[in-house]
Design a protein around this ligand. Sequence first.
Ligand code: ATP
Ligand code: MG
Length: 472
Amino acid sequence: MTGITSLRTRIVWSYGVLIVLVVVMLGSLFGTLVWNYYYSSAVSSVLQRAQTEAALHNRMIADEPMKEKARYMLQNMTVGTAHLQLLTGSGAIVIDSDGFGGGGATLDTPDVRQAMAHDRGIWRGRDPITNERIIAVTLPVKEGNRVTAMFRYTASLVTLDRIIRNILWLTVLVGSFVVLLFFTMSVLIANRIARPIRNLTKVAEKMAEGDWSRRAALHDRDEIGRLADTLNTMASELTRREKLKEDFISSISHELRTPLTSIKGWSETLASGDPTDVEELNMGLTIIDRETERLSGLVEDLLDFSKLYAKSTVLHPETLDIRRTLGETLRQFEARGQRESVAIRGDIGDVPLLAKVDADRMKQVFINVLDNALKFTPKGGSINVNAGQEEGFVRMSIRDSGIGIPPEDLPHVTEKFYKGSSQRSGSGLGLAICKEIVELHGGDFRLESVVDVGTTVTIRLPLLTEVQQQVE
Ligand code: ATP
Ligand code: MG
């Protein structure tokens, strides 16, 4: 559970940090720009006015005595919204555009000091007399090399400060709103991501507890939807396997019980019967022997099968002419064919068919298939065996004229324990084992059948070309 919470928190956090960062960055950028723009335009407007006036009048009054300068200033210099002061070379206020004398106060603000040093001074700060925030521009009036007087232009910053303050507040407000908005959105997004995962986890937990009937609700066609799909497929597959296993076990028990019952039955009969009845004794022992044979065959098959199924069978492949293996097996069945009046015909050509196979395993396949063909072909029938090449494969077919397999059974006969209704059916493992072995060799195993016409088994194995054979 903590994992899920932390996923959501993590998303919200990462979004949040990002948004706050962006908003703060953009906000401060905007603030700085506004601040600079307003103040620098205020400064430049005062400076421009001052410079224009200075250019106009400085020359006229530079050499005049201070009193004349003052009079001239009051009469000729336009002030506008700015405030103009005449200072002595050492910073004492001579006159003010308001008409006051300044009370003999001496100014020592940075702009004045700058002007005393022969430069124009610009300063923004609190007026030492009125305590008001101002912009001050002070220009020196020079007589030769000496600063004899200074004109000081000041403009109040009260209105401008208020405007800037308002803009900055608005920026902060908008910024907070944006942060809040995005925060809400990130919570929603995080929920959208986390909720399906949480639901999926619940389903997975149920599955982990063994409730395989649970299925994840299908979501959008995104990654999480795919995960839900995969989970569902996995559950179905596991259910299927579980069922397969159950069927397998019940079939085995059933298969084992039949011969065991008959062995037990006969041994009891013999034990309690007349020991001199040789005929009965012989019959009982024959049956016990046959059933024991069947039982060990079954166990053999089962072992084979579970090994093949677990893919733990190790093949010992060798390069060989597959016709040899097939031919040997055919010869093995000759006698049985004659006995059961089934003609076995082999047409395996005279071109070597090289393949890399485990000879013993392949023989097992041929035996199984031929055994089926003989079992399910009535007297007078025939079995035709063919071998040849086909697009990189060795192709072998075993065609019988037997009872055939009904279409509804055909897809299932290669499943383990699946057998037909015929009396002659065995454990039903043969074809399943054949198919596994052939596929383990990289080949394929197919069955075609028509009821009362016959069955054809086709086996294909990868063909080894001459070149490959030389490399081997
Ligand atoms: P086992 O081979 O284990 O002794 P089996 O022969 O019954 O038992 P498979 O070889 O797997 O089992 O065959 C499964 C079933 O497919 C058979 O029981 C039979 O019904 C059907 N079958 C297989 N081969 C043929 C065939 N050539 N003709 C008709 N039916 C066949
Ligand atoms: Mg068989």
